[in-house]
Structures are given as C-alpha cells and as structure tokens.
Design a protein around this ligand. Structure first.
Ligand code: SAH
Ligand code: SF4
Length: 431
C-alpha cells in the first residue's frame, strides 16, 4: 500500500512539473513515505531524519508522509525542526497544495485526517514496473487486532467504487499490464461498508475477470475470518485469479489468538485451510506469524511451530512482536525477553526454509506458467513468477518481458526456481 501511495504521490509531483532524480543530494524535495508497523521501520526513518537535520539543510523541502505521520503528527516538528511538512495517509490528495503553500509561506504544515475520503486520482500513479501494478480497492481496517497500529494510522475501512477499480484495471490492461494485485489491509472486507453497491470482494473479482483483459489477478492481504467459500470458489473458477492465498495465521495457540483479538481459534483456522485446499487442490498459501506476543509460553510457541509444520505454507513472513504505541497490547508487559523472541523467530525461519526447499523440490521437471517481469539483478537472466508466486529465473531476451511463458524447471537455489523455455511443450503438464 505504501509503494502504491508513493507512486501516486510521484505522479502528482510529475504532473506538477517536477522531475524525479535518483540521488538524494540533488533533490529539492525529499519525502519519506513511512511505515509504523514495527519499531524498526520507524527507527530507520527517525535516524535518517536526524542525520538530515545535522547536515546543513541542503534540500529545499523535507516531508514525512504515511503511517508515521499519523502516529506522531506534529510532534515530529519538535524532534526535527528542519522538517517542512507532515502529511497523513488520508491526505495524499493534499500533497500538491502543501508543496505550494510551503514554497509561498515557508511555514511548517501538518495535515492528518482520521478518515479517508475516496477522492484520489489513481490514474496518475507513476509506476516503474510496466508489467504488474498495484490497485487499491479498500483502505483502512476495522479489525483492531490488539498488537496492530493500522486501524489508528489508516483509519476505518473505506471501499473504492467497483466501477473505478474495473476502469483502472481496463486501462492498465490496455497499456500492456498483465497482472494486478488488489490491495487493502483486509481485501475481503471489500464492499461491506457499501451494501448499496451490492458488490462484495468475490463479486469484484468476477467483474475484473469478466470485464478486463488482465491476465493475472492477486490480492493482498486477507483476514482468515473473511475468507469465504465464495472467495474459495472464485479462486477455483476465475481464470485470471491466481491460486495463491495469503492466509495470515499470526499464532498457533487459541489463547494467544484470543489475546490478539484475531477472532478465530486454531481449530477454526485449520478447518478453513482444509476447506480451501479441498475446493482448490493446487492452491499455495502464504502466512504472517508473530512470535513473542506478551505472555506467549514455550508450549504456546510450540503450537505455532507445529501448526507451520502441519500446514506447510509456501511463504511465511515471520516477525518478533514489537509493542506499538496506542495499541491495547502496549498496555501489557512486553514480557518475552528479546533473546527468547529471536530464538523463536530463528526456529521458525529455519523450519520455513526447510519446508520451502522441499516445496521447491516438487517443481523439478515440471513446467510452470511464468509471467516474465524483468531482468534479474545480474542484468543477464530474466525473472518472473508462477501463478502460485514462486520466483523463477530463466535465460531469454528482453522481448519476452511482459509475456506469459511455459518454463521447464530444471533446478533451484535459495528462494528461486531455475528453468528454461522448452522447445516443444506439447507433452508437458503445465502447473
Ligand atoms: N492486514 C493484514 C496485516 C497487515 S500488517 C492482516 O491482518 O493479515 C502485516 C503483518 O505485520 C501482520 O500480519 C503481522 O504479522 C505483522 N505485525 C503487525 N503488527 C505487528 C507488531 N506490533 N509486531 C510484530 N508484527 C506485527
Ligand atoms: Fe492490523 Fe491486519 Fe489486524 Fe487490521 S486485520 S488490525 S491490519 S493485523
């Protein structure tokens, strides 16, 4: 979501006549579009802002946008007097006006509205990637997990109209984009705030599939409680919808889940995964896990370990709990020592690395459909992804970028499958 907001802000500034530069030194305007989800993300920005303050002020204008702007508001000016503006997640449309105002008045400005009004010009986004795009469908979150700042930094859920989303997807397809990722803190709450539209998340997916030429649709992220049978059927039935579902477990113990206010138990989560796997047998699952939540015992951590062993996610984002100001969990003692959190984190990372390796092994000698996105970092090999979000590296030239190709997997390393485009793929099974 932050990346998309950055693209929209860049688009606004380019429209205004500004030119992007690629080095900090020559920039007249520096904007830090920040994240507050964990303490580390905030500390990085605070460190950087401090450094900029100590150096003689070379940049005309420095601004902070995003979640940290919402969490810290104008208190940032006290700590960083050289800062010119603080603009919240719900005020992106005000960026142009604020830059003008600063140029004319030279005053510090902050604007941090609590609620998002759907008035953004999404079509202005300045995207670097020409093959796949992020598309915002709902902002904010009403779930209030006890550890999470998002409901406070992004406000309540506000869905974007289906016509506007479908129109953006059509335009993206017309300009050559092959894949969209529909974005929201909880995409499958989509439309619940607007019963008058009669368009829930699975209805929106069906419209995009039917009315646009986008080849692949993904979504991020989804709360398990709202992963409905209708959504599972959509993953099975809609040709454009990829068979990958991010299904954030967070913890394997029902007591911890309750304390996190995740509104499902371990058993209910397992049942839902079983139902999804029954309806979509070739689905891949991703997850998010937090270790060291206040009061998490060794036994409860082992429940998370066992759940990951049993459920075998194809990708897992694993974090150590970080107490966030303003959240209910912040009021509880952060009682799990840092070394214990790190040890639990490492055990899960090792487990996931092993599972990932075994999963990649299963792809050997199969042929997968890959959307070729760009050259890999080495500049020689091409990089793309399968429908189930596995990264694939292969040989080929620039003309293949933006195309869907069958790729035969011959080996793998780290997180990556290595393959080649077969001469004749008639007899090969595409997965
Ligand atoms: N809406 C998504 C999550 C968005 S935040 C969902 O509910 O799944 C992305 C991930 O950051 C969360 O899933 C969680 O695993 C992690 N996270 C959020 N707050 C955290 C905190 N205080 N400490 C550690 N990890 C956190
Ligand atoms: Fe945060 Fe996700 Fe929970 Fe919303 S559903 S509060 S974004 S973890």
């Amino acid at each position: 979501m932050n990346e998309l907001d950055t693209e929209i802000m860049a688009g606004q500034l380019v429209k205004k006549g500004l030119t992007p530069v690629h080095d900090e030194e020559s920039a007249d305007l520096l904007i830090f579009n920040t994240c507050s989800i964990r303490d580390l993300a905030e500390r990085k920005v605070m460190g950087k802002l401090g450094l900029l303050g100590r150096a003689a002020k070379k940049h005309s204008i420095i601004g902070v946008t995003g979640c940290m702007a919402m969490a810290k508001k104008d208190t940032l000016f006290r700590k960083f007097p050289h800062l010119d503006f603080v603009l919240g997640t719900n005020n992106i449309t005000d960026l142009e006006a604020i830059v003008d105002e600063i140029l004319y008045t030279n005053r510090q400005i902050h604007k941090t509205d609590d609620r998002f009004e759907e008035n953004l010009d999404y079509l202005i986004a300045k995207r670097d990637n020409q093959v796949k795009a992020h598309v915002s469908i709902i902002r904010g979150c009403d779930k209030y997990c006890t550890y999470c700042v998002v409901p406070y930094t992004r406000g309540e859920e506000v869905s974007r109209s289906p016509d506007s989303i479908v129109d953006e997807c059509k335009r993206l397809a017309d300009t050559g984009y092959k894949e969209v990722t529909l974005l929201g803190q909880n995409v499958n709450s989509y439309g619940k705030d607007r019963p008058d539209w009669g368009c829930l998340f699975h209805d929106l997916l069906a419209r995009i599939d039917r009315e646009t030429d986008i080849k692949r649709v993904r979504f991020m992220t989804s709360h398990p409680i709202d992963i409905t049978p209708e959504l599972m059927q959509a993953v099975r039935d809609l040709p454009s919808l990829c068979e990958f579902v991010h299904f954030p477990l967070q913890a394997g113990s029902s007591r911890i889940l309750k304390k996190m206010h995740r509104i499902y138990t371990r058993e209910q989560y397992f049942e839902k995964v079983a139902m999804l796997r029954q309806i979509v047998p070739n689905v891949s699952l991703g997850t998010d896990i937090i270790v060291g939540f206040p009061t998490e015992t060794d036994e409860e951590f082992e429940e998370t370990y066992a759940a990951m062993q049993e459920l075998r996610f194809s990708i897992a984002f694993i974090y150590a709990y970080s107490a966030r100001k303003g959240t209910p969990a912040k009021r509880w003692k952060d009682d799990i020592p840092e070394e214990v959190k790190q040890e639990r984190l490492q055990r899960l990372l090792d487990l996931q690395a092993q599972i990932g390796k075994e999963e990649r092994q299963k792809f050997l000698d199969t042929t997968v459909e890959v959307l070729i996105e760009r050259f890999n970092k080495d500049g020689k090999m091409l990089k793309g992804r399968t429908r189930c979000w596995k990264k694939v590296i292969l040989e080929g030239d620039a003309s293949l970028i933006g195309t869907l190709q069958p790729v035969q997997v011959h080996s793998f390393h780290h997180e990556t499958l290595l393959g080649k485009i077969p001469q004749s793929n008639d007899l090969l099974k595409i997965v």
